[in-house]
Design a protein around this ligand. Structure first.
Ligand code: ZN
Length: 415
């Protein structure tokens, strides 16, 4: 049985749990053990493992990171030392798997996050012909996982796991375990006996953006620029109908290099993204730079990450989601390894590739223009909110919305 899914989703844990539940011996090896072995050693290690398994049957054999051994034989180097060595190990594995009678009671589990690279021979009937997808948890799953990991941690009365689960789309089980752990450490550092919601929220931010750089010194000019930049993002989000609500805005620098950020949280679990939501998202990315342009008449390098993310999304909308008129529902790109960052390759002619660039640029330009228009229309609020953020350094979504919805020309409530 082949367990397939992204890193951190608990494939190894599932294998161990299966062994535990069935009360049989558990033998495991990891593909990474085979890296840089001498010729013949890999094959010998596989032979040993299966010999032990035969003797202790019924039992479970678990091969973690099987892609390291089982990479397609015509896929060239990488992974294990030499090609010869890799082939020998793989052949040994195939031989051992075929050598079992079905009634031997040896169950072989393997895990990989790169199923597309596996040698076809491994996936033939009688070998790993059963695939179990182990995917990233959904909203309910994340909430349940947070509960499991907090079982042995003293949690305060104000804990809202659902809110944390909503703030962490795309997080794996391992990430969530880490969030609880970080929160516990923070509580201890601050001399408290229980973990509070604020601890959990801070650790979500640590996972997203790194630790706070408390001693980072920013010039007043830079702080002002970052304030307008972040309010630019938040205002564009708030003034569009398909954007997720603003949860928090901060200009406290983080170790990831971010000088500030605007956190948006969807109301519920977002599985499908509509074209309108995609366009609105890109416009929000444009909002930071747009604010700098309007207020300072000059631009900074602060938008580099926004640019990267906006371009990635615009490209995917054109090449993979069929969301452009020009290319209709033509597939233009394939995802190479969906579980590992999902880098892509174009499957089109050079002429089409150039045309794609044009369409993507068109999306970027029109959303940039829209962001500029929104901010131009709300310039007074842009000033008011940026001033407030500069003073407070971190503001909540509620504070943001209450200032935004307040009629103009009244003094700012400092409460
Ligand atoms: Zn930005």
């Amino acid at each position: 049985m082949l367990l397939v899914g992204p890193p951190g989703t608990g494939k190894t844990l599932i294998a161990k749990a299966v062994a535990g539940e069935s009360k049989v011996p558990f033998f495991s090896i990891s593909g990474s053990e085979f890296v840089e072995m001498f010729v013949g050693m890999g094959a010998a290690r596989v032979r040993d493992l299966f010999k032990q398994a035969q003797e202790k049957a019924p039992c479970i054999v678990f091969i973690d990171e099987i892609d390291t051994i089982g990479k397609s034989r015509n896929s060239g180097g990488g992974g294990m030392g030499s090609n010869d060595e890799r082939e020998q190990t793989l052949n040994q594995l195939l031989t051992e798997m075929d050598g079992f009678a079905a009634d031997k009671g040896v169950v072989i589990l393997a895990a990989t996050n790169r199923p597309e690279t596996l040698d076809k021979a491994l996936l033939r009937p009688g070998r790993f012909d059963r695939r179990v997808p182990v995917e990233l948890p959904d909203l309910r799953g994340r909430e349940a996982i947070l509960r499991v990991h907090s079982k042995n941690v003293k949690m305060g009365d104000d804990i809202d796991f659902n809110a944390i689960a909503r703030a962490t789309p795309g997080a794996s089980g391992a990430d969530l375990a880490n969030i609880i752990n970080e929160a516990a450490l923070r509580a201890v550092r601050e001399g408290r006996k229980v973990v509070l919601q604020s601890d959990l929220e801070e650790s979500v931010e640590v996972v997203i953006a790194g630790y706070q750089r408390k001693n980072a010194v920013l010039s007043m000019k830079d702080k002002l620029t970052v304030s307008y930049h972040e309010i630019g993002h938040a205002l564009v989000a708030a003034k569009q109908s398909h954007s997720a609500p603003v949860h928090k805005i901060t200009i406290i620098p983080r170790t990831s290099g971010a000088l500030g950020y605007t956190m948006q949280i969807e109301e519920g679990e977002q599985v499908l993204m509509s074209k309108e939501q995609g366009i609105d998202k890109i416009a929000v990315f444009m909002g930071g730079r747009a604010a700098e342009e309007i207020i300072f008449g000059s631009i900074t390098s602060g938008a580099s990450n926004d640019i990267e993310q906006a371009t990635k999304l615009a490209r995917a909308m054109v090449t993979r989601y069929g969301m452009s008129e020009e290319f209709d529902m033509m597939g233009l790109e394939t995802v190479n390894n969906p579980y590992l960052g999902g880098d892509t390759s174009l499957t089109v002619s050079a002429v089409t590739a150039a045309k794609i660039d044009e369409v993507v640029l068109g999306i970027i330009k029109s959303t940039h223009k829209r962001a500029l228009e929104i901010l131009e229309e709300n310039k007074a609020k842009l000033h008011e909110l940026a001033k407030f953020l500069l003073e407070k350094e971190t503001i909540t979504g509620e504070e943001f919305m209450s200032i935004l919805e307040k009629p103009l020309d009244t003094p700012v409530d400092e409460a």
